[in-house]
Design a protein around this ligand. Structure first.
Ligand code: FAD
Ligand code: NAI
Length: 476
C-alpha cells in the first residue's frame, strides 16, 4: 500500500528541505526523502551544504583563521602567546558537532512543520493513470509513496579529473578535503575556483605549502577584474602559490603522495609532487538513482534536469531546483527556487531574480559581489560610472586591524541605477546584503550615498563607494 501525499520532495539539501517546509506551510501534505547518512548510518538531512559543503567549510575556515590570527596578529594587540599549537582532531570534532547541530535542526523543522521524512533513496516507479507519481523509497524500511506533485532537489557531485578518481585518501574531493586528519606538508589544488581557494586557505593557514594549478589564464574569471587582481595579489602574498594557464596531463597517486604532470602557461612540462591533492574543478548535477527513464524525465546536455524559467520539467507537476538544474550552484539559490516552486504549486507567483543572487568566497579577505562586473558592462556596451573606496580609509577597518581591499560600485551612467557591487575585504559576506537589498529595490548609487550608516562601521565604506560614483567621497 503506498502512502499518499500532495507533494513529495526528493533530496533534503537546502533546495529540498526548504521546498518541503514551504509546501507544508502552504497546507500541502508533504514528504521529503533524503538518503544522506551520518557516520552511524542515521539520517543527516541538509545535503552537500550541511554535510560536506557550506557549513563544515565555514567551520574550518573559522578555526584556521583563529589560528592564523593567534600566530600573526594577536601580538599587535599586545596579546602574547607561547607554544601555540593546533589540535586538528579537536578542530574536526568541533566541525562535526556544527554539522550535527544543523542535521538535527532540519529534522526538528520537519517535525515542527509536519513534513513526513523518509530516510533512503527515492526513485520514480511510474506515473499513475490518475495523474500521480509513484515513488519508491529504498532505505532502512522500503516504502512506496504516491503524490500529485514532485519536487526534485537531488543536488550535485564533485567532478573528477579523467583518469584520477577520488580515493579521498590522496586525491580528495571536497569531502576528503574537509576531513584530513593531519596537516599535509605539501598540498596541491587543481582549480582555483571557490572550493580551491577556500580549502586551500584552510590548510595553508594550518601550515601546508599549497600550490594551486588553474587551467584558465585569468584568475577568478567570473569576478570583477579589479577585485580579482587584488585577490590574486593578496593570496599570493599570504603564501598560496597560484599557477595559471596550466594543462594537467596526468595524476598518479602512490604510497608517497601524488604526482601531477602538467604543462605550464609556456607549454613546458612540469611535475608537482604533493602529499595530498584536492581536485576542485566544478561539480556535476546529480540524478543517480532517480530512475528518470521510468517516467521519461528529460535531462539537458550537461546531465542536469532540464527545466524552464519556473523550474518546471518536461513532466506535468514535476519540478526541479538547486544544483540539479541550470544556474549557479549556491545554497541560497537552491533555497529561493524551493520556495518559489512550492508557491507556484499553490497557484502563487514565486519568483527568483538571478541578477540579485549574491556570491561570496569566504577567504580572508572575503570576496562578495552582486550584479554585473565591469568587464560584463564593457562587453554589453552599457554606459556606466564606477566608484571605489578602500578599507584603508575606513576607521572601523583600522580598529579591526584589517584594512585590505575595497568596495566598488557600478551604476548606470544616465539613471545612476546600481548595476553591480563588488567587495573584497573584512566581512564582505555581510556587507553585500545592503547591495542586494538596494539592487532588488532598483536603488540608485545616490540612494545609498544619502542613507545614514553607523559610525564606525565597515558599512561606511559602502556608503563612501556609492559617493565615489559621483566623485564626492568624504573620507578619501
Ligand atoms: P544538495 O545540497 O547536494 O542536496 C541534495 C540531497 O539530495 C543530498 O542530501 C543527497 O543525498 C540527496 N539525494 C540525491 N538523490 C537522491 C535520491 N534519489 N533519493 C534521496 N535523496 C537523494 N554554497 C553557498 O551558497 N555558500 C557556500 O558557502 C557554499 N560552500 C560550499 C562549500 C563546498 C565545499 C561545496 C562542495 C559546496 C558549497 N556550496 C556553497 C554549494 C552548496 O553546497 C550547494 O549549492 C547546495 O548544497 C545545493 O543544494 P541542493 O539542495 O540543490 O543539493
Ligand atoms: P568552480 O567552478 O568555482 O571552479 C573550478 C575551477 O577549476 C575553475 O577556475 C576552472 O577554470 C578550473 N578548472 C576546470 N577544469 C580544470 C582542469 N582540468 N585543470 C585545472 N583547472 C581546471 O568549482 P569548485 O571550486 O569545484 O566549486 C564548485 C561549486 O560549488 C562552485 O561553483 C560554487 O557554485 C559552489 N561553491 C560555493 C561556495 C561559496 O558560495 N562560498 C564555496 C564552495 C563551492
Amino acid at each position: 500500500m503506498s502512502k499518499q501525499f500532495d507533494v513529495v520532495v526528493i533530496g533534503g539539501g537546502p533546495g529540498g528541505y526548504i521546498a518541503a517546509i514551504r509546501a507544508a506551510q502552504l497546507g500541502f501534505n508533504t514528504a521529503c526523502i533524503d538518503e544522506w547518512k551520518n557516520g552511524q548510518g542515521g539520517p543527516a538531512p541538509g545535503g552537500t551544504c550541511t554535510n560536506v559543503g557550506c557549513i563544515p567549510s565555514k567551520a574550518l575556515l573559522q578555526s584556521s583563521e583563529h589560528f592564523e590570527h593567534a600566530g600573526h596578529s594577536f601580538a599587535d594587540h599586545g596579546i602574547a602567546l607561547s607554544n601555540l599549537s593546533m589540535d586538528i582532531g579537536k578542530m574536526l570534532g568541533r566541525k562535526n558537532t556544527v554539522v550535527k547541530q544543523n542535521n538535527d535542526g532540519i529534522l526538528y523543522l520537519f517535525k515542527k512543520n509536519k513534513v513526513a521524512f523518509f530516510h533512503g533513496r527515492g526513485s520514480f516507479v511510474k506515473a499513475t493513470e490518475g495523474g500521480d507519481y509513484e515513488i519508491a523509497v529504498a532505505g532502512t524500511a522500503a516504502e512506496t509513496l504516491q503524490a500529485r506533485h514532485v519536487i526534485l532537489a537531488t543536488g550535485s557531485n564533485a567532478r573528477a579529473l579523467p583518469g584520477a578518481a577520488f580515493d579521498e585518501e590522496r586525491i580528495l574531493s571536497n569531502d576528503g578535503a574537509l576531513r584530513l586528519g593531519s596537516v599535509p606538508k605539501t598540498l596541491g589544488v587543481i582549480g582555483s575556483g571557490v572550493i580551491g581557494l577556500e580549502m586551500g586557505s584552510v590548510w595553508r593557514r594550518l601550515g601546508a605549502q599549497v600550490t594551486v594549478l588553474e587551467a584558465l589564464p585569468t584568475f577568478l574569471g567570473a569576478v570583477d577584474e579589479q577585485i580579482a587582481k587584488e585577490a590574486h595579489k593578496i593570496f599570493s602574498k599570504q603564501g598560496l602559490k597560484i599557477e595559471l594557464g596550466v594543462k594537467i596531463d596526468k595524476v598518479e597517486a602512490g604510497s608517497a603522495g601524488v604526482s601531477v604532470a602538467y604543462q605550464n602557461a609556456k607549454g613546458e612540462a612540469q611535475t608537482l609532487a604533493v602529499d595530498k591533492l584536492i581536485v576542485s574543478i566544478g561539480r556535476v548535477p546529480n540524478t543517480i538513482g532517480l530512475n528518470a527513464e521510468a517516467v521519461g524525465l528529460q535531462l539537458d546536455e550537461r546531465g542536469a534536469i532540464a527545466v524552464d524559467g519556473d523550474c518546471k520539467t518536461n513532466l506535468p507537476n514535476v519540478w526541479a531546483v538547486g544544483d540539479a538544474v541550470r544556474g549557479p550552484m549556491l545554497a541560497h539559490k537552491a533555497e529561493e527556487e524551493g520556495v518559489a516552486v512550492a508557491e507556484r504549486i499553490a497557484g502563487q507567483h514565486g519568483h527568483v531574480d538571478f541578477n540579485t543572487i549574491p556570491w561570496v568566497i569566504y577567504t580572508s579577505p572575503e570576496i562578495a559581489w552582486v550584479g554585473q562586473t565591469e568587464q560584463q558592462l564593457k562587453t554589453s556596451g552599457r554606459a556606466y560610472k564606477a566608484g571605489t573606496f578602500p578599507f584603508l580609509a575606513n576607521g572601523r577597518a583600522r580598529a579591526l586591524g584589517d584594512t585590505t581591499g575595497m568596495v566598488k560600485f557600478l551604476a548606470d551612467a544616465a539613471t545612476d541605477e546600481i548595476l553591480g557591487v563588488h567587495i573584497i575585504g573584512p566581512m564582505a559576506s555581510e556587507l553585500i546584503s545592503e547591495a542586494v537589498v538596494a539592487m532588488s529595490f532598483k536603488a540608485s548609487a545616490e540612494d545609498i550615498a544619502r542613507i545614514c550608516h553607523a559610525h564606525p562601521s565597515l558599512s561606511e565604506a559602502t556608503k563612501e563607494a556609492a559617493l565615489a560614483v559621483d566623485k564626492r567621497t568624504l573620507n578619501f
